[in-house]
Design a protein around this ligand. Structure first.
Ligand code: NAG
Ligand code: NAG
Ligand code: NAG
Length: 812
């Protein structure tokens, strides 16, 4: 490129040089731009030397480069300097600010030397260029904002503004180009604007473009490959912060419970995760292990729900650089029905008192089942039929409650089996037997074996002989069931009962204390008390009826005729008496009763044996045939009255009969009657009357007394006086209660008035009706005894007619 201004200066310089040096005719200086085409004109040298082209060509112009390349030559025709070789400023001078090529220009004829300087001007012929095709840099992701990274510079061999002038960086998120870099001509720098994250983007490719200042502008680009280096900026991360897993109890060792997993986004060792327990209770320590590498949690020991139903494991995941996080693994142990219920008797009242009210609590049963939920739902029951039940109470406690009153006398002990079942599937059960004994309470009174005891004691018994034995049973235990007998005090015939009988307190055997006399006391009742030894004692009593049985200890007593055979007792027999007519009657009584008082009459001696007979039972003397004149006026009979006892006792009497119609006809009558005996008889009669009256009065008084104090001693006082109202009773009926001597008399009297035959018949019949047994001892059926009770009650009523009868008797 030619720059005229420059050239003018150059010409001046050349002139001055020509003037300064002889040989050197002057220097020529041309300023040219580089890279001119070959053959293009660099300068008009002929013109500059002031010669025409002919002259120049005749002077043999020549350029001499002294060993360097011939960059230019001289055109002989035009006298111009033309490009011969490519002139590249960059190649010739590099980055030197001025670049010139010097050569000599010779002319001959005369020899002239001109030093020619070609000043080579730069043109923008080079684009900026980077050394490598790509720039690889590594930046740690932890680099902070503002960090600078220098890149390779671009190189442009051109000079000045043609050289690298500025850079640009392709658009990206993270880096900007440092604005200062290009200004100062230093290396281009990129500045971190947004922090890097390897885990998001581990490589960036940027394009750095360099611009020169030439015109036209040239550019050069390079790829900047940025590799983001990992920093341990990531902690391992578990997939979940808390894991919840279930684990059945009793699983075998080495069972994998769970596998935790944590990932670390970092690379290499920074991303290598290892697992460990961060905190572990002592219990868990023996139960679980964790695999460092895989994070597998395994069972190491026995998992027992009943010991621990859940575990909390804290697990730490750590990367190679020690960054760690933790998570929690909650292990819920699932209960397996592996525990049978256990029955525990917490308390038991044994022995238990028998008469506790129904519903009393006598024990507490606890059923323990270590399993939970339905596996621990307990049912508990009693196996047998016992008067007990289980009442569920608080949490698996059962109250043992009576369902009825217990009765030791029915069952004194129980073996109770309890069965407890849990609610598992299949259910487990267990059972337990315990012994419950029932303690005695004195709740049973002694009970006599019979409701009524009766004893028959023959009179004239030996004192001390045993009469009867009573037995009472008491089902209670030991002293509560030990029976002691005693007599309840009462009076018998105004004497305490103890003077009649005594009882052996232990055996219940009743002994007589004295000898009884049937004629005085036919029967009596007493109460025997049986008492146990409990506290308080219970007792019961029983009535013992003692019947004294008659013995034939009384001979018949003849009331009429007077037994001493007094002639006063002579009977008149009418002469016209026909056969069978009643002449007289022997009246006899026997203090005994029954067979012993059953009298039979026999004539043992008669003055005229064929004339008179006596009724065997009635004692009626009747004529056997019609009387005749021939019969003696005086008839004497000796009558024997005999009872039916064993041995029988008898009495005899004499009966004097006078067969006459008129007493006056009997001359011997006066002989027969003795004043003495008559007065005697009168005397006896008076005595009899007085005594009977006295007796009657006494009787009245007694009745009044009884009325007065009837409540006190109702029974025993009147035992002997109870009347038999029936007139039909035979005179010697074995009536134990009533029929004393007086009443027999009265009864007999009644017979006289009601007719003998019928009464005899009745008498016999009543004996035949089963009251007599084969051995002729009298036994009364129970009904008879019952009658006696009834009679007791009727006593006051029956007493009245009886008295009337007695009164009648004596009036007559
Ligand atoms: C209870 O068991 C004991 C011993 O096992 C036995 O001797 C007793 O007879 C049993 N009692 C009852 C009422 O079953
Ligand atoms: C007898 O019964 C009483 C309660 O009435 C009781 O306290 C006592 O223990 C019983 N005796 C025996 C030996 O069982
Ligand atoms: C005898 O027993 C009866 C009932 O069994 C009773 O009412 C009576 O009071 C008892 N008598 C005596 C004296 O204990």
């Amino acid at each position: 490129m030619e720059r005229p201004t420059h050239r003018i200066k150059m010409k001046c310089f050349v002139f001055m040089a020509v003037l300064s040096f002889h040989l050197c005719l002057g220097d020529l200086r041309y300023s040219i731009s580089e890279e001119r085409r070959r053959g293009s004109t660099l300068g008009k040298i002929a013109q500059d030397l002031g010669m025409d082209t002919k002259t120049l060509s005749s002077r043999k112009p020549r350029v001499d480069f002294e060993g360097t390349k011939r960059y230019c030559d001289i055109n002989h025709q035009t006298g111009e300097l033309v490009v011969n070789e490519r002139i590249d400023r960059e190649a010739l001078c590099g980055q030197k600010q001025s670049c010139a090529i010097h050569f000599d220009f010779f002319l001959e004829n005369p020899l002239e030397l001109h030093r020619v300087t070609l000043e080579i001007q730069d043109i923008n012929d080079n684009a900026p260029k980077f050394k490598n095709e790509a720039i690889d840099i590594e930046i740690r992701e932890s680099a902070i904002k503002g960090a600078r990274f220098s890149l390779d510079e671009a190189y442009d061999p051109d000079l000045g503004t043609n050289s690298v002038h500025s850079y640009t960086l392709s658009n990206n998120e993270h880096f900007i180009l440092s604005p200062k870099g290009a200004d100062r001509g230093r290396l281009p720098e990129i500045v971190l604007e947004n922090e890097l994250d390897r885990e998001k983007q581990d490589r960036l490719s940027l394009i750095l473009t360099a611009y020169d200042g030439g015109s036209p502008q040239r550019t050069g680009s390079v790829v900047v490959n940025i590799r983001v280096l990992d920093a341990n900026d990531n902690v391992p991360v578990f997939t979940q912060p808390v894991y919840e897993v279930s684990l059945h109890e009793n699983v075998p060792v080495e069972t994998v419970v769970f596998r935790v997993s944590a990932s670390d986004a970092d690379e290499g060792p920074n991303g290598e995760v290892t697992y460990e327990f961060s905190y572990l209770s002592i219990d868990s320590e023996n139960l679980f292990t964790i695999d460092q590498k895989t994070g597998e949690i395994k069972v190491k020991g026995d998992i027992d729900f009943e010991e621990s139903s859940s575990f909390e494991l804290r697990i730490r995941a750590k990367d190679g650089a020690g960054q760690a996080t933790s998570c929690t693994v909650l292990i819920n142990v699932v209960d397996v029905n592996d525990n049978a219920p256990v029955i525990i008797i917490k308390s038991l009242n044994t022995p238990v008192r028998e008469n506790l009210p129904s519903g009393s609590e006598i024990g507490i049963i606890y059923v323990q089942d270590k399993d939970s939920t339905s596996n621990g739902d307990i049912k508990c029951s009693i196996e047998q039929q016992v008067p007990l039940k289980l009442v569920p109470s608080v949490k698996n406690h059962f109250a043992l409650v009576t369902t009825t009153e217990l009765d030791r006398e029915r069952q004194a002990e129980y073996n109770i089996s309890l069965t407890a079942t849990d609610g598992g599937a299949p259910p487990l059960f267990s059972s337990k037997t315990f012994h419950l004994s029932v303690a005695d309470v004195n709740d049973n009174a002694p009970i006599f074996e019979k409701q009524l005891y009766s004893a028959h004691v023959a009179e004239n018994n030996k004192p001390g002989s045993s009469v009867l034995s009573v037995t009472a049973k008491d089902t209670d235990w030991r002293q509560n069931g030990t029976v002691v007998y005693s007599l309840l005090s009462s009076d018998v015939n105004d004497a305490p009962v103890s003077s009649f009988l005594s009882i052996n307190g232990d055996t219940g055997v009743i002994h007589s204390v004295r000898s009884f006399d049937y004629e005085q006391l036919k029967s009596f009742k007493l109460l025997v008390l049986a008492r146990d030894n409990g506290s308080p004692p219970l007792s019961s009593n029983v009535t013992v009826s003692v019947f004294i049985t008659d013995e034939n200890d009384n001979a018949p007593q003849i009331l009429y005729p007077s037994p001493d055979g007094n002639s006063f007792m002579t009977e008149m027999v009418p002469k016209a008496a026909l056969a069978g007519s009643l002449v007289s009657k022997v009246i006899a009584v026997d203090a005994d009763s029954g067979q012993n008082a059953w009298l039979t009459y026999h004539i043992i001696k008669a003055s005229d044996p064929g004339l008179l007979t006596i009724g065997v039972h009635s004692g009626e003397i009747r004529t056997q045939r019609d009387l005749s004149e021939s019969d003696s006026m005086k008839q004497n009979l000796i009558v024997s009255v005999r009872d039916n006892g064993q041995p029988s006792l008898s009495a005899t009497c004499a009966m004097y009969l006078l067969v006459s119609d008129n007493l006056a006809e009997v001359p011997e009558l006066k002989d027969m009657s003795h004043d003495e005996s008559s007065t005697k008889l009168t005397f006896y009669l008076i005595i009899a009357l007085v005594s009977v009256s006295t007796f009657f009065l006494t009787f009245i008084i007694i009745i009044l007394a009884v009325r007065f104090c009837r409540r006190r001693k109702p029974r025993l006082l009147f035992d002997g006086a109870v009347a038999i109202p029936s007139a039909y009773l035979p005179p010697n009926y074995a009536e134990v209660e009533g029929a004393g001597t007086l009443r027999s008399t009265y009864n007999y009297d009644a017979y006289l008035t009601t007719g003998s035959r019928t009464s005899d018949f009745k008498f016999v019949r009543s004996y035949n009706e089963g009251t007599l047994t084969a051995d002729l001892t009298l036994k009364k059926p129970q009904s008879a005894v019952d009658d006696l009770e009834g009679l007791d009650a009727d006593m006051s009523d029956s007493l009245q007619p009886d008295l009337t009868g007695i009164r009648n008797h004596f009036m007559r």
